[in-house]
Design a protein. Structure first.
Ligand code: AMP
Length: 114
């Protein structure tokens, strides 16, 4: 997997507004927020996209969903509601090739997405 901006954020080589971190993952505010709350949750393991996940990543993914729930509560959108998005590949709108979960909330979100 090639180097991405998220690898640099994990290594603290470039700054990010981190809201949660542990040995397996990092959560930080998106630099171009699409909603009042827009946090990215990423595994520290360099996984390029959802398509690269394997069975051995199942415990890591279970952990990430728990972190997503924790961050949503921390950001006070758990009660009002929020959306979790994973863009995968070119037509899916993925622009950074390091698996990431968008947490979006704080306003009414339209459906379907564009
Ligand atoms: P995606 O289009 O699903 O690949 O999402 C990538 C996201 O990363 C976009 O929402 C960008 O705004 C966000 N992003 C890119 N660079 C940074 C950065 N340095 N810090 C925080 N978020 C970033």
């Amino acid at each position: 997997m090639s180097e991405t901006i998220f690898s640099k954020i994990i290594r603290k080589e470039i700054p990010a507004k981190v809201v949660y971190e542990d040995d397996q993952c990092l959560a930080f505010y998106d630099v171009a927020p699409q909603a009042p709350v827009h946090v990215l949750v990423i595994p520290k393991k360099p996984i390029e996209s959802l398509e690269q996940l394997t069975a051995e990543d199942a415990p890591l993914m279970g952990h990430l969903w728990q972190v997503i729930q924790r961050v949503a509560r921390q950001e006070r959108v758990a009660e009002s509601g929020y959306r979790v998005v994973v863009n995968c590949g070119h037509q899916g709108g993925q622009s950074v090739d390091h698996l990431h979960f968008h947490i979006l909330g704080g306003r009414d979100l339209a459906w379907p997405p564009g």
